[in-house]
Ligand binder design. Structure first.
Ligand SMILES: [Zn+2]
Length: 112
């Protein structure tokens, strides 16, 4: 089970690891790699292929975040990110990374 705490760690790790497989899909809200088990759900209960279950459930986003709020939310996991990558980013440096990454995701593209 992938906890929300690992979302951003994954997102940034995968961004740095190249090349990314073309088949790999990422949640278009938080950037987490999507697998069948963690897909979000549509109103009719079918799987949504673009968002994860933490961001999207029953046809709606689970939280009404702005991009900056999502950055803020995920920045609390900076220690986890540092642990995984062996880096020692400050929370502000980590937020700067997320701010570069998120505008590539569909959810944030009309929220600049
Ligand atoms: Zn997500």
């Amino acid at each position: 089970m992938v906890s929300p705490a690992t979302i951003c760690t994954f997102a940034v790790n995968l961004k740095k690891r190249k090349p990314i497989s073309m088949e790999q899909k990422f949640c278009q809200s938080c950037g987490m790699p999507l697998t069948e088990e963690i897909l979000g759900t549509n109103t009719d209960g079918s799987k949504n292929e673009e968002y994860c279950m933490y961001c999207y459930k029953d046809g709606a986003f689970t939280g009404n975040f702005t991009m900056e709020e999502m950055v803020e939310f995920c920045s609390q996991f900076v220690d986890e990110y540092n642990k995984h990558t062996g880096q020692s980013l400050s929370r502000e440096q980590y937020k700067a990374l997320l701010r570069q990454y998120y505008p590539h995701l569909k959810r944030w593209q009309d929220q600049k």
